[in-house]
Write a protein that binds this ligand. Sequence first.
Ligand code: IMP
Ligand code: MG
Length: 177
Amino acid sequence: MKNAKNVNVLISVEELSKRIDELAMKISKENPCGNTVFVCVLKGAFLFASDLCRATSIRVDIDFITASSYSGTKSTGEVKISEGKPVNYNGKHVIVVEDIVDTGLTMKKICEHFEKIGAKSVKTATLLSKKAHRKHDVEIDYCGFDIEDNFVVGYGLDYNQKFRDLPFIGIYVGPTD
Ligand code: IMP
Ligand code: MG
């Protein structure tokens, strides 16, 4: 299997697949009434969202947004949200699909955004949660794995845009800038 220097496997392909099936089953059971939209937060959640939506037994619409809180290598403390073509969310049940919740700021701002533009309900799904850095209270409805305070890459997550293609989640142990 493909691997990378400076990355140690934390969650294997098999573990990811098993957990995503479990989350998809829970989502299917708890959201049976239709009008559900998965909003994939780019770029990191692209693989998680695509595997999760295919594993559900309910029909869901898919949308994408970009959220960034970093300018260069520094967090600005502000989250910029950009959508493509505006979609009408009135009456829609949104499930925000994220790669990782760290301080909680990004997820909090995204949820507030969808509440403001008229979504009927807003739920959250994240593959990973790092509680050690949590500063903002966010309710996570569907969480894949709670992880320790390590910088992780793979399965969509990056370090400087690298490693997104790895099929597992690994701890980045290489040089940082
Ligand atoms: P927040 O601090 O919860 O707002 O997280 C901000 C964003 O930082 C997340 O959506 C991720 O894209 C990114 N991030 C946080 N921790 C990691 C990590 O360990 N690896 C890769 N990206 C991360
Ligand atoms: Mg992200």
